[in-house]
Each structure stands twice: as structure tokens, then as C-alpha cells.
Design a protein around this ligand. Sequence first.
Ligand SMILES: Cc1cc2nc3c(=O)[nH]c(=O)nc-3n(C[C@H](O)[C@H](O)[C@H](O)COP(=O)(O)OP(=O)(O)OC[C@H]3O[C@@H](n4cnc5c(N)ncnc54)[C@H](O)[C@@H]3O)c2cc1C
Length: 197
Amino acid sequence: MKAIVIGAGVGGLSAGLALRRVGVEVGLFERRRDVASLEAGTGLTLWPNAMVSLRKLGVGDEIEAGGSALELLEQRTWRWRELRSFDVGGLSRRGAPPTVNVSRAHLTGTLLGRLGETAPRTGRACAGFAQDDDAVTAAFEDGTQETGDLLIGADGSTPRCARSCSGRRDLGTRATPPGVASSGSTTNARHEVCSCS
Ligand SMILES: Cc1cc2nc3c(=O)[nH]c(=O)nc-3n(C[C@H](O)[C@H](O)[C@H](O)COP(=O)(O)OP(=O)(O)OC[C@H]3O[C@@H](n4cnc5c(N)ncnc54)[C@H](O)[C@@H]3O)c2cc1C
């Protein structure tokens, strides 16, 4: 089986790694021109649900080693009056994985490292796709095409693929035809790999 994953953000990289771990051939396509730009950004808080998924992908230890575990979360006014605090470390003391602060570079770099030869093919902006009973074919702005058994639209918050999958702007998964999965973003938790907040 061959999967076409559109977008190499955290969602696409994680989906690619998950599929590869179960023996699916993966073609990962990213519109950005170079892999280094995928690592740009500041920090991320990876909550226990995200860490559960990253552990399942086999990268939990590496992510934890390069980040720092969060113990206490406090919200304060500008005068430093405490609004609320949350004992984040208590979750892990009760058996959940830690909540980990990492740089985006570390998270993305770790996923890219594990993908190895399945590295994203950059400079490949997906323009749309077509499917029949046997296969799905993605068309790219450079005029090329890729055919696979399933397509995952992991193209982020303005997702061309996911939107054309569902034919709706809200990316409803029920409207998604067979053979096609859409992943709006990790924040709406439509893919299982790295859901958050
Ligand atoms: C300021 C800020 C702080 C945040 N903090 C946190 C946090 O602390 N913890 C947390 O869990 N989340 C956090 N988030 C949310 C998190 O960053 C996103 O949920 C996550 O990056 C979404 O990942 P994604 O792979 O779904 O989409 P994206 O990261 O948007 O990746 C989509 C990829 O698809 C590519 N692409 C788009 N269109 C095409 C196309 N047509 N063809 C090919 N490629 C395409 C894009 O170039 C991009 O690389 C934060 C977000 C922001 C903005």
C-alpha cells in the first residue's frame, strides 16, 4: 500500500512516520523549498496526550531528552497576581507522560531524523487530487503527479487538500470520501498523532 501525505508540518511528519511503522510506503510532499525551513519557529508545549502519541511513534524518549518537563503552570496578571495555577507535574506523578516544552526545531528535527529516506520532497505544492475506485492521484503545481492508495491532507490551517476532500471549509471528516483523510491541524485533534490543547 502507498500513502501520499501532503504537508510536512508536525502532522504530516507524524502521519508519515506512523504509516511507515506499519509497513505502508509513504510519499511525503511539502510546498516549502527546503527542509531547514520546516524547523523554524520557537517553542511548543507537548501535553501528555501528544507525548502518548509520540511515544507510540518511538520518539518519546528523544523528545523528552531534548526538552524540559513542565511542573507548574501559572497564569498571572501584569501585577503578578495569580489567577490560577495548574499542577502539571501531578499528572505525570499519577502515571501520565510528562508535559514537555521543546523547541520546534527539536520536534521537527527528531521526526525528520526518524523518517530517514522517507524525507519530504520539498518544492512540491499540491494543487488538488482526483480519485477513482482504484487509486488517488495528487496533482502538483509543477505539473507532476503522484498516485497512491490513499491521500492524507496534512496541509495545515489553510488546507487545500483537506478542503477539497470534504468540499467544505470546516473540514468535516464525515464528508471525506473513502481513501482520503484530512487533518486540519493538531489543535483540532483530527489526526491521532499529535493532538493538543
Ligand atoms: C504561536 C503558536 C503557538 C503554538 N503553540 C503550541 C503549543 O504550545 N503546543 C501545541 O501542541 N501546539 C501549538 N500550536 C499549534 C501547532 O503549531 C499546530 O497545531 C501545528 O503546527 C499544526 O501542524 P500541522 O502539521 O497540522 O500543520 P502545519 O504546521 O501548518 O503544516 C502544514 C504543512 O503543509 C504545507 N503545505 C500547505 N499547503 C500545501 C500544499 N498545497 N502542498 C504541499 N504542502 C503544503 C505547509 O508548508 C506546512 O509545512 C501553536 C501554534 C501557534 C501559531
